[in-house]
Design a protein around this ligand. Sequence first.
Ligand SMILES: *Cc1c(COP(=O)(O)O)cnc(C)c1O
Length: 354
Amino acid sequence: MDLKITKSNQLKEKPAQDKLGFGKIFTDHMFIMDYETGIGWHDPRIVPFGPFTVSPATSVFHYAQAIFEGLKAYKNPEGEIVLFRADENFKRMNRSAKRMCIPEFDGEFVLNSLKELIKIDKDWVPSKEGTSLYIRPAIIATDEYVGIKASDHYRFFIIMCPVGAYYSAGFDPVKIWVTKDYVRAVPGGVGEAKTAGNYAASLYASEEASKKGYNQVLWLDGIEKKYIEEVGSMNIFFVIDGEIVTPKLTGSILPGITRNSVIAMAKKEGYKVREERIAIDDIINAHKNGKLDEVFGSGTAAVISPVGEIAYGDEKIVVGEGKTGKISAKFFDLLTDVQYGKKPDPFNWMIKVC
Ligand SMILES: *Cc1c(COP(=O)(O)O)cnc(C)c1O
């Protein structure tokens, strides 16, 4: 397949690097590729960023056959642009595709196309401390048909936004609320796919958490509502008596690339890391016994997000006096130093773009 490139002749003005925020400003170009049963993925192209004109009957609007990814590119001290583990994102996207009956694609071809897209929009990659270029690949079902079936047409697209430093005013631990009423995913469901509907299904509980003064929801397993799964758009880690513990991937948890990176980094640093089922009651007991040292979330957006408080029914756990713990801060530094090219990359995670 040949990647066709059409450059925009109306480049937008770039925003100030201290006013980037998250997710509302887009670069000048985007990648598109289409699929049709019998033809396969075809017509890959880079075109000026702009709207799609589609029929209201377009399948994705009705039945949410849609998947996405989220990853970042960074500018290193040499001025090079690098991607963090982008190959893993496209592998995961193909696993999500399979689960959602979306045709798989050539991950290497898409990664190379993404590199071309970034090269064209390279002036959009911010350089200020903590900033990055957030990349959003997605695939949507585009049959113009309101019957229910896997679509025969799909559109793959990649859009990009320069994003500000997540912690511009220093670490701010989040407060999380454990919901007893709602679940995110169930065994046999689509919890481990990065699919749109998982987020639509999570909004109600998120709003309830927000009304109670909490930033995010901590989800328990869908059957016994006893075992910890994950938080909003992050995986979760506990530091108990000096050891690092995280829920094992059981099929209903999103296999985070940051999660995988924290585990690899922790083992390299000599920590004991356990992946196992963790009952919420065990966390409450660990806290009562003074053994719950730290709690943090992991995900592409924040990298590491310290947790200062967990509410579960009548129990309120304040972790580390609500302040950021040493180990959480250490993993934030270890990962971001590799991402921003400030320290050597022992796992060969970084992929050079230009
Ligand atoms: C994307 C996502 C994560 C984090 O994955 P990363 O690859 O680390 O960004 C965690 N949970 C959910 C539900 C997600 O969608």
